[in-house]
Design a protein around this ligand. Structure first.
Ligand SMILES: [Fe+2]
Ligand SMILES: [Fe+2]
Length: 489
């Protein structure tokens, strides 16, 4: 790399000294020569030398006057004065007043002058650089820190949770309700993080990502994807997202950490992006693995119940039928997918507690004595205890414990009334009773479908929930229980 030579302004009215200095310093400097004080001051108006070396006694202006002007125009540039050996006092005063850095009496020792100028220039440059650094540092320290701005386009519980997580970190949060609203927020500038739900559509997502990058390349985009497919995850990162939030939704604290990471400076981002991608994929694999374990638990426990039922011709297939009837009833009552899944698993496991009932009571042909009936009733609490501690099945415990409760409060084990019974529990109770009535029992034949629903109607509001009975009856009228109840004569 070549550097431009240092510029040295030399002023002396003596042509022989000018010539001497011009030739003698040329190796280290590009020397600009002025023949008197006036010419030197004029040169200061157009040039910016790295150092100035002037004679004191000159026509037009003295050396001290020239250097005073130089100090005014370019204070950091080293100033050197040459004087006649007869008058060093003026030069001393000038040094003491800070107008010049060095002075030399004639005749000059050229090597000494050259070394001094080079040293002064190097020091001056270092001082300039240091001052610039210090002032930058001071500016950075005094600059008020702007809170991180987060713009969110995401509805529902996840939107609320995102907002709370962002506020938790002290971020400035703005919510948009539509893609156009989000684009307005981005267009207004200053968004550090843009969080957008992918359900706005592919076209809108691409436009939002493009706009955010155009307005500020430092803006981070985070996608929220409730479906959570690997394909959409890949697409999110292709569109430049730094993170993609997938179910199972992270809790508020983890979410706030993810948002803070997204707001990290761009140079940290490429590495973070890779790590976050890995993290998201690992989390997803973990979630899938957890789900498989949960399904395995349900299958295992459901298998136990089926094995128990299979030992008795009268109860074989009971839980599978209760699960199917319950699901159809839940759908008819307008329940969502999460509640339906709870009902399916709860119905499959509702009688799991019968594992703990003695065979002679459980499989007794004929009516039970009151004592035996009390033993049978414990299958609800035994079942709840079996599932207790299996976190993924916590939501079905109320069904297992409460499927023999009654709206009139005369059920067991807790005797609680309909107002405290979740609809999921009431639905499984209805399906359980319907299947019991339409099944043959050792102590009585099964009822035909018509008789069964006539009996069911009498139970509405007392033993069973009236809405559930209505839903089941209407399913039956529409023929939507025929395949389930076909075992009935
Ligand atoms: Fe039961
Ligand atoms: Fe049952």
């Amino acid at each position: 790399m070549t550097t431009s030579p240092l510029q040295l302004l030399v002023a002396d009215d003596d042509p022989s000294i000018r010539d001497l200095l011009g030739r003698g310093l040329r190796g280290d400097f590009s020397v600009l020569l002025a023949s008197d004080g006036t010419e030197a001051i004029k040169a200061l108006g157009t040039l910016r030398p790295d150092a100035i070396l002037v004679d004191e006694m000159m026509p037009g202006a003295t050396g001290t006057e020239v250097l005073r002007k130089a100090k005014e125009l370019m204070p950091e540039v080293p100033r050197l004065l040459m004087t006649a050996s007869s008058d060093p006092a003026a030069a001393m005063r000038a040094v003491n007043h800070g107008e010049i850095h060095r002075f030399y009496t004639k005749p000059l020792r050229l090597a000494e002058v050259r070394r001094a100028i080079l040293e002064l220039v190097t020091r001056a440059r270092a001082e300039v650089a240091l001052r610039a650094e210090l002032s930058a540092l001071r500016a950075a320290q005094t600059m008020p820190e702007q809170p991180t701005k987060v713009a969110i386009l995401c509805e529902g519980e996840m939107g609320e949770r995102l907002e709370r997580a962002a506020r938790r970190r002290g971020f400035n949060v703005q919510r948009a309700r539509r893609p156009e609203g989000l684009q307005e927020l981005i267009g207004a500038g200053g968004c550090d993080v843009v969080v957008v739900d992918v359900t706005v559509g592919d076209q809108e997502l691409a436009e939002i990502a493009q706009l955010a990058r155009r307005v500020d390349v430092g803006t981070s985009i985070v996608f929220v994807d409730g479906e959570g497919s690997v394909a959409s995850l890949t697409k999110a990162f292709q569109l430049g997202a730094v993170d993609c939030l997938l179910p199972p939704w992270p809790d508020e604290l983890l979410l706030s950490v993810r948002l803070e990471r997204a707001a990290a400076r761009p140079r940290e981002r490429s590495e973070l992006r890779r790590v976050t991608y890995d993290l998201v994929v690992v989390n997803r694999d973990l979630a899938l693995a957890n789900r498989r374990v949960e399904e395995g638990q349900v299958k295992l426990l459901g298998g136990l119940v089926r094995a128990l039922e299979a030992r008795d011709q009268y109860t074989a297939g009971h839980t599978d039928r209760v699960a199917t009837i319950s699901m159809r009833c839940g759908e008819a009552l307008g329940l969502g997918t999460v509640a339906l899944e709870t009902i399916r698993v709860g119905a499959l496991l509702h009688d799991i507690g019968k594992i703990g009932i003695r065979d002679e009571v459980l499989y007794k042909p004929g009516r039970l004595t009151p004592e035996e009936y009390e033993v049978i009733k414990t299958h609800t609490t035994i079942g709840a205890r079996i599932l207790d501690g299996i976190e993924s099945l916590a939501c079905v415990v109320p069904i297992v414990r409460g499927h023999h409760e009654r709206p009139d409060g005369k059920g067991y084990p807790d005797g609680i009334s309909s107002t405290s019974l979740p609809l999921e529990v009431r639905i499984v109770s209805g399906a359980d009773v319907l299947d019991a009535i339409t099944s043959t029992r050792p102590y009585r034949p099964s009822s035909g479908a018509d008789d069964a629903f006539a009996i069911l109607a009498t139970l509405a509001g007392g033993q069973l929930d009236a809405d559930v009975v209505n839903a089941l009856s209407s399913l039956n009228r529409d023929g939507r229980l025929r395949d389930i109840l076909q075992h009935s004569p």
